[in-house]
Design a protein. Structure first.
Lengths: 384, 384
């Protein structure tokens, strides 16, 4: 499996006979179709041709302002991007030179590795446990390595579903500030907490530490894809002014601007539809996660470890050593169930005995059937 | 002026008191607002949640198929991109290594230079005249230089409005094939011809030469931005399968996919609305170009040379040597008229005495007032 693993797996996902826990797809039955229709009509009524014209590279001003107000920062610290994937790509483009050292969680989000790859960084993996990045290990790495940036998904991480603890967040922000390492905090799932208590974002902690959004060494990336709908590709980056200036220039060369109509639709939806939608999605994913955890308890053999997410879309399995989840995938698909093998999520390899399961886009019945099939397969693999 | 010249000029454009011939903006009063509304409603009725879900990196199949059918090639040779700016960026990413030699027209499209810049190519300028690229000069360059690719806008070029003649197209395609140089044909304006006769695209000539879209050394880039509306950011690239495969991988890292909703809307519009729209835009821009040429005749001093476009949105002025159009721009804006100085369109400098005028987004009355003001300024500059 190479960098296009996710894409190939999304193809399997499309086969109607396969129950897929593979793709990181939001539940489409929760999408606010009628609200998007109403917002589009309102935008075309009010803005008319301006909704179909070129617009500024920075983004639609009311949308930037709303995002800035939520974060307690000026709109000028917000760059609208075409999906958070573009945010990561542009950050790679403006921040990374060939050979720069990038610290990543082990495992980390595969899409970020794909975004950074063209800029040829050198990765150092940070060990993680159920509390997220091991910050003592981070300190050792920072002493040893001249790192340029640290990339992390602190909330309900993709792929593990784990969350970085509040104490570790504080220490991570202080350590990276002390060693002059930029942080990219990727937070597409933060709003989707269904249990436990929210911890402050790294971005907020950076803001507290420096007292000025233009001195914050934490860059924040998020998106409306998981809370509202991915097909509009509305996402954003929050960063200090010098980084925003570079992002604007890079984005101008990359796609000029995010579609005008899509930004205006989102500016309509953020006020009333988005909060309702977040509640809806949160409740549904919490139920699905519970359902999957219960099904795993019923159908999985002993020795299979799993994470217990407090939000988001994913959980992570670790099988007893020796079981290779890539080798097992074709047999799973034969039994009409799919997952993502864990290895591609490791920048430097490892995790052959791990896999990612997504519960966001499966009904309770599909979860039962799929987890039962997967459990049978794991049973066989473990006793083989 | 640096790479963000266009962006800064677009800001001037937004001042309501300035008549701007600067921005390359389509006429918004021609946008098919009600048709976009109807298409959106039809898409949401029919596709429902699928219109708001993630989709494939290659693009929405019916849109790819329609584009392929128009070009007489399979859909698999078409990659949908988020504005043709993204097509150029991705092509730069997958085709260019640092120091690669890229042949460009002098002058050339500024946005292409911005797209390619992160990949650090070395530019060689090709001389042009009213028939486009001087192909004898091209042959000399090809003998001398080990070029990787040639980038050209053969129809109603941005910035000059010039069109490459049919004979030269044939020769350019043969020469580049012979010397193993890839061609990127950027054609956002080709459909907007309002006088003269259409010549075959370089892509078509390449297809004839090789007899197989997967062996064509010409890559074609186009867009719905100038024919239908730029705010949707729907555009595409046609290329041989090995290049498409690389584009898919690069696009996956860049923005995963072009917004689903926007592609579905376009797939609705291409059948009936697009052809009507092309007729409308063509007629309007033809009238505006005529009007600007007449106004120039009435108000410009002797010695100012201009191109006479047969389509598209731009024409190009060459002033008698010694007049610097960058230095003149603030004085023009004082008189409430704006243009783009020519120098940034030259990859290696030059053109200090040139400027680009756009007639697409100005009424006849604005053209009269703006050209009269510009004529007065040029008169002063020439007699100073």
């Amino acid at each position: 499996m190479n960098a296009s693993a996710i894409r190939e797996i999304l193809k399997i996902t499309q086969r109607p006979d396969v129950i897929s826990f593979a793709g990181g797809l939001p539940a489409p039955e929760l999408f606010p179709i009628e609200e998007v229709r109403a917002a589009t009509n309102a935008v075309l009524d009010r803005a008319g041709a301006a909704a179909l014209q070129y617009s500024t590279t920075e983004g639609h001003p009311p949308l930037r302002e709303w995002i800035g107000a939520q974060a307690g920062i000026p709109a000028s610290n917000v760059q609208i991007v075409t999906g958070s994937q573009q945010g990561l790509d542009l950050l790679g483009k403006v921040l990374l030179d060939e050979g720069d050292t990038v610290l990543v969680e082990a495992p980390t989000y595969l899409g970020a590795l794909q975004s950074f790859q063209p800029y040829l960084p050198r990765y150092v993996q940070l060990p993680t446990d159920d509390g997220g990045i091991d910050v003592d290990a981070l300190e050792e790495v920072l002493k040893r390595e001249r790192a340029k940036l640290l990339y992390a998904v602190p909330n309900f991480q993709n792929p593990t579903g784990r969350t970085l603890s509040a104490e570790r967040r504080q220490r991570l922000v202080e350590l990276t500030a002390q060693y002059g390492v930029l942080v990219i905090e990727d937070d597409p799932y933060g709003q989707l907490r269904f249990s436990g208590e929210a911890a402050p974002s790294l971005y907020e902690l950076g803001l507290q530490l420096h007292g000025d959004p233009d001195r914050n060494h934490v860059v924040y990336s998020s998106s409306f894809s998981k809370t509202l709908a991915p097909g509009l590709r509305d996402a954003w980056v929050q960063a200090a002014a010098p980084i925003i200036a570079k992002l604007i220039q890079a984005k101008q060369g990359s796609d000029l601007h995010t579609p005008t109509l899509n930004q205006m639709i989102m500016a309509e939806l953020v006020h009333d539809v988005l909060p309702r939608q977040i509640e809806r999605v949160r409740r549904a994913y919490g139920e699905r996660a519970q359902h999957m955890l219960r099904a795993m308890q019923a159908h999985f053999p002993a020795g299979v470890e799993h994470t217990t997410p407090q939000g988001g879309m994913f959980l992570w399995l670790t099988l007893p050593g020796g079981v290779n989840t890539e080798a097992l995938l074709p047999r799973a698909v034969e039994r009409q169930v799919a997952y993502v093998p864990g290895r591609p999520f490791y920048a430097l390899g490892g995790g052959e005995n791990t896999m990612r399961l997504s519960y966001s886009n499966a009904t309770p019945a599909q979860i039962d059937t799929g987890i039962r099939a997967l459990g049978g397969l794991l049973q066989e693999a473990l006793t083989a």
